[in-house]
Design a protein around this ligand. Structure first.
Ligand SMILES: C[S@@+](CC[C@H](N)C(=O)[O-])C[C@H]1O[C@@H](n2cnc3c(N)ncnc32)[C@H](O)[C@@H]1O
Length: 189
């Protein structure tokens, strides 16, 4: 994932370019690991408050369609970056390292449009995608405190995919304020 850059530097491939670059730059995993550990150590040395907390931050993994481990009206803010229609198959992309970790994505719950497979074999239509997105936004609405906000990062060149997102947020009663939602990565239709 690191391309050769004649001007030097590490030059990882762009955020969503999940391909091997034509001219790669070698990288020693141990050096990268050391660098990451040093970065975390630097953070904790310069932000003592992060270590002084009485209850440490926690991290959970689950499908966004089922947040039953979170009580209703218990969350102040949600940031979400849902999959963009059929643009990327994250479960497929992640299968190597998820296998190393011994816990692969449950593809039944994966929010994606997958026309490569028949629906009987795990394929998903735009309608399926919208239903799963709606489940996720329903859960977001349930766990949010009244008046709390959600930020949604989204991009797709296909207006049908945008409509699926807006229908899902509408059905959950969490329609985004598109005036404030647009950034360089997000263009509302
Ligand atoms: C646009 S990417 C977000 C990438 C992330 N913001 C990042 O910077 O790494 C969408 C992510 O949603 C995940 N995803 C798909 N279905 C999901 C579900 N049901 N629950 C939670 N995450 C899901 C995908 O595996 C993928 O990692």
């Amino acid at each position: 994932m690191r391309r050769y850059n004649a001007y030097g530097g590490q030059a990882p491939t762009d955020g969503h370019a999940l391909h091997s670059p034509a001219r790669r730059r070698g990288a020693t995993w141990l050096e990268i690991f050391r660098h990451q550990v040093a970065q975390v150590a630097r953070f904790y040395s310069t932000h003592p408050a992060a270590t002084a907390q009485t209850s440490p931050p926690s991290c959970s993994v689950s499908s966004a369609t089922d947040l039953s481990w979170l009580p209703s009206s218990s969350v102040d803010y949600v940031f979400t970056d849902p999959p963009f229609g059929a643009n990327l198959f994250y479960a497929d992309c992640n299968v190597v390292w998820e296998s190393w970790l011994g816990d692969v994505t449950d593809t039944d719950a994966e929010i994606v449009v997958n026309r490569s497979l028949p629906t009987s074999a795990g394929g998903k239509t735009l309608d399926d995608y919208e239903k799963l997105l709606a489940q996720a936004f329903n859960e977001i609405r349930r766990v949010l405190n009244p008046g709390a906000r959600t930020s949604v990062v989204f991009h797709n060149a296909d207006d049908k995919v945008w409509s699926a997102l807006l229908s899902a947020t509408d059905s959950a009663g969490t329609r985004p304020d598109r005036r404030s939602a647009c950034s360089t990565r997000c263009s509302a239709p």
